[in-house]
Design a protein around this ligand. Structure first.
Ligand code: NAD
Ligand code: IPM
Ligand code: MN
Length: 357
């Protein structure tokens, strides 16, 4: 039986609401399968700035390094979104966590539960069976290059940088995953224009020689944005740079029905961090309506990837599936046909999942 220490890092807004449910699910798994999970909490984002002035206090980072896995919520606050001049920002905490923990690979599975075929704005016959695994590079690109202002602040710049080494390690992870799936890999770049993309394509082409059993295609990011909606089933594994991956996976959330359905695993050199792809969602914060399934499915990824507890992870995914089959929905995945008594809030749909584990 496993004995593990899990750090809960709820962050801001609905991060607090959905992570509470994710933790309950981990607790239920421990009880049901006879594991011992101990927990601690740490601050990040706006709540950390309020408490300490720092979006990622050293104490939080220390706790992350010492834990076996981190369940993270979201960061962000409207105060900063509307104030471009703020020097200290919640998102800096998230980026620092990723960099400091060496979380260079962000796995974002886009899996449509059959019951949610009618939750998407895309036609069911286009969607049915869509199953994509994104590998978003997470510690490089325009996010982490030099940035600043010149000409008395009238000109701004952000430098995008990738090294061969950074591209190769994420590419190998993506190829390895493709081997365990449908053996198709799509590398997405903008090599017709951007120099880092030309290096990206060159490196992926080289790595591909080691994976002759994987069918590789290269697509430009603009075409990919279109193809994702036109024919999502053509994709198996997709590997791409930090910024392209950020944008394409928000788009791809519509294949799964909602931002509230997409979980992710950020992995690399040390402790893994498991997080919904969505943000702090100011528009619904405090209303008790946020969909916690992305956090629950992130907990499932944590069990599988960081702890090697596959049966436990499957039990979580199966419980989510059963809740959806029973017709329960949060507001974001309901449609005009959903009976009012089946539309549940954050805690209530969490209870339905717990019952089925
Ligand atoms: P967002 O993901 O917070 O919300 C986008 C839309 O999706 C909103 O309408 C929201 O209500 C809806 N949504 C998101 N998650 C949902 C859920 N679980 N259930 C139901 N509906 C959900 O993106 P945004 O509005 O562009 O950004 C809000 C803040 O979050 C910003 O400050 C941004 O910087 C931050 N952000 C943080 C992360 C992160 O921490 N990983 C990710 C994205 C955005
Ligand atoms: C995400 C978010 C973050 C990102 C922001 C909040 C820094 O959008 O986790 O997808 O761009 O990586
Ligand atoms: Mn994002």
């Amino acid at each position: 039986m496993a004995s593990k220490h899990i750090l809960i890092v709820p962050g801001d807004g609905i991060g607090q609401e959905v992570t509470a449910v994710g933790k309950q699910v981990l607790n239920k798994i421990a009880a049901k399968f006879g594991h011992t999970f101990t927990y601690d909490e740490a601050l990040i984002g706006h709540v950390a700035i309020e408490a300490t002035g720092n979006p990622l206090p050293d104490e939080s980072l220390k706790k992350m390094r010492k834990s076996d896995a981190v369940l993270f919520g979201a960061v962000g606050h409207p105060k900063y979104d509307n104030d471009p001049s703020a020097k200290v920002r919640p998102e800096q905490g998230l980026l620092k966590m990723r960099k400091e923990l060496g979380l260079y690979a962000n796995l974002r599975p886009i899996k449509l539960f059959d019951e949610l075929l009618d939750a998407s704005s895309i036609r069911p016959e286009i969607l049915k069976g869509a199953d994509i695994l994104f590998f978003r590079e997470l510690t490089g690109d325009i996010y982490f290059g030099e940035k600043g202002r010149k000409n008395d602040g009238d000109t701004a710049y952000d430098i995008a940088e990738y090294s061969r080494y950074e591209v190769e390690r994420i590419a190998r992870k993506a190829f390895d995953a493709a081997r365990t799936r449908r053996k198709k890999l799509c590398s997405v770049d903008k090599a017709n224009v951007i120099e880092t993309s030309r290096l990206w394509r060159e490196v992926v082409q080289k790595v591909a020689l080691d994976y002759p059993d994987v069918e590789v295609e290269h697509q430009f990011v603009d075409a990919t944005a279109m193809l994702l909606i036109k024919d999502p089933r053509r994709f198996d594994v997709v590997v791409t740079a930090n910024l392209f991956g950020d944008i394409l996976t928000d788009e791809a959330s519509q294949i799964a029905g909602s931002m509230g359905m997409l979980a992710s695993a950020s992995i690399g050199d040390g402790t893994g961090v498991y997080e919904p792809i969505h943000g702090s969602a100011h528009d619904i914060t405090g209303k008790g309506v946020a969909n916690p399934l992305a956090s629950i499915l992130s907990a499932a990824l944590l069990l599988d990837i960081s702890f090697g507890l596959k049966a436990e992870s499957d039990a979580v995914i199966s419980a989510v599936d059963q809740v959806l089959k029973a017709g329960f929905r949060t507001r974001d995945i309901a449609n005009s046909q959903t009976p009012a008594d089946k539309i549940l809030g954050t805690a209530a749909i969490g209870e339905e999942v717990l019952k089925r584990i």
